[in-house]
Design a protein around this ligand. Structure first.
Ligand code: FAD
Ligand code: MG
Length: 338
């Protein structure tokens, strides 16, 4: 009976520490960074100092990677008139991996889509619907293959702009997990906006339970259990505006310059690497269900949960035992193994 009550509570108050576990020392810090609310929580005696160091690392990465901060490295690259800029190992490593993922997703992820994102007002909040001619002109400046990285010298041609916003939080999560691990922490949970990154399992050894938000409401669509994973969601409900009865969101299809209308409203990707999960949550959102399925069949190194505009929830077979739908009324589809 007690156990049942415990389970019921868990499913409402997510994520929670285990009900009956011996109390592990919890150290948690909330911070506002990268224009979102972040929480770093680490367990055990090493946690206190490690959490402070983690917050410092987040600030450091924010100051390097922000596309809007005139003091950032990304800003310097975008405003050098095409000249190469010597950047940090972080900016170089993230850019290199991001470019691989742009190529691997055939440009569904494109780290140069920023001029288009800005035209829609997603960075400023001055939302507007750009005209066809304007978008056509802006799209000439969008092509990740124009980004040149040689060792730690980074450049884009004049007019092209690098924006790592679709992958930077995933990289940040990877870096913070590595830092916590080096400090001796074996159990930690990072919530970086819609990104969750888990180091180890819960302090009592059980799996973490991560809720996948309902794109249309306050609650959640389901729960996925995991350890040592990044669980990262891109949704059309995060940054959007409405005009003339239409909703326009911040995930842009680089082929059209318009908000991606692939039939999906939320994509959660679970992988060991935060950068990969972050990149793929954005890219699969652009691809839509069918292309995402083809992509998954070819790679198989990640799991995902797709929520369609029709309410259907689609998962990879690897999540069969770890994902549970919350409530009734939704159809669950599981991709074939083969
Ligand atoms: P994701 O799906 O991970 O990424 C979507 C974002 O990537 C979009 O907002 C757009 O910028 C870009 N994008 C859209 N489509 C594509 C595509 N097909 N391929 C590649 N990229 C795409 N926001 C502010 O308003 N003000 C700030 O000062 C600010 N500072 C930031 C500093 C840093 C270091 C970072 C990482 C983010 C910052 N942000 C800021 C938020 C940023 O503008 C994005 O909104 C945010 O990164 C989106 O993350 P997401 O997880 O919601 O979506
Ligand atoms: Mg992303």
């Amino acid at each position: 009976m007690k156990k049942r009550l415990c389970t019921a509570l868990l499913s409402v108050l997510l994520p929670l520490s285990a009900c009956a576990a011996p109390a592990a020392e919890e150290h948690s810090q909330l911070l506002l960074a990268m224009d979102t609310v972040m929480t770093v929580t680490a367990y055990g005696p090493e946690g206190e100092e490690a959490v402070q160091a983690a917050c410092g690392r987040i600030r450091e990465l924010e100051s390097l990677l922000s596309v809007t901060d005139p003091d950032s490295e990304v800003y310097a690259v975008n405003h050098s008139g095409g000249a190469p800029v010597e950047v940090s190992a972080d900016t170089a490593a993230l850019t290199a991996r991001a470019l691989e993922l742009c190529a691997d997703t055939a440009g569904a992820l494109d780290v140069t889509v920023y001029p288009v994102v800005r035209a829609w007002g997603f960075t400023t909040g001055d939302y507007r619907v750009p005209g066809e001619e304007e978008l056509t002109a802006l799209l000439e400046r969008v092509d990740y293959r124009q980004v040149k990285l040689e060792a730690e010298r980074l450049s884009v041609p004049e007019g092209v702009e690098l924006d790592l916003g679709a992958v930077a939080k995933g990289y940040t999560g990877d870096q913070v997990c590595a830092l916590l691990e080096q400090a001796g922490v074996t159990s930690a949970k990072l919530e970086l906006g819609g990104n969750v990154q888990l180091l180890g399992s819960k302090p009592d050894g059980s799996l973490w339970r991560v809720a996948v938000r309902d794109p249309e409401g306050e609650g959640y669509v389901g729960i996925v259990e995991a350890a040592d994973r990044a669980v990262i969601t891109s949704g059309g409900y995060e940054r959007f505006f409405e005009e003339g009865g239409e909703t326009y969101w911040h995930i842009i299809d680089p082929a059209s310059g318009r908000p991606a209308r692939s039939g999906l409203v939320s994509v959660t990707v679970m992988a060991r690497s935060g950068v990969t999960a972050d990149a793929l949550s954005t890219a699969l959102f652009v691809m839509g269900r069918e292309k995402a399925e083809e992509y998954w069949h070819a790679r198989r190194d990640f799991e995902c949960i797709l929520i369609g505009a029709d309410g259907t929830v689609t998962i990879t077979p690897g999540l069969r035992d770890s994902f549970t739908l919350a409530g009734e009324g939704r159809t669950l589809e599981i991709w074939d193994e083969t």
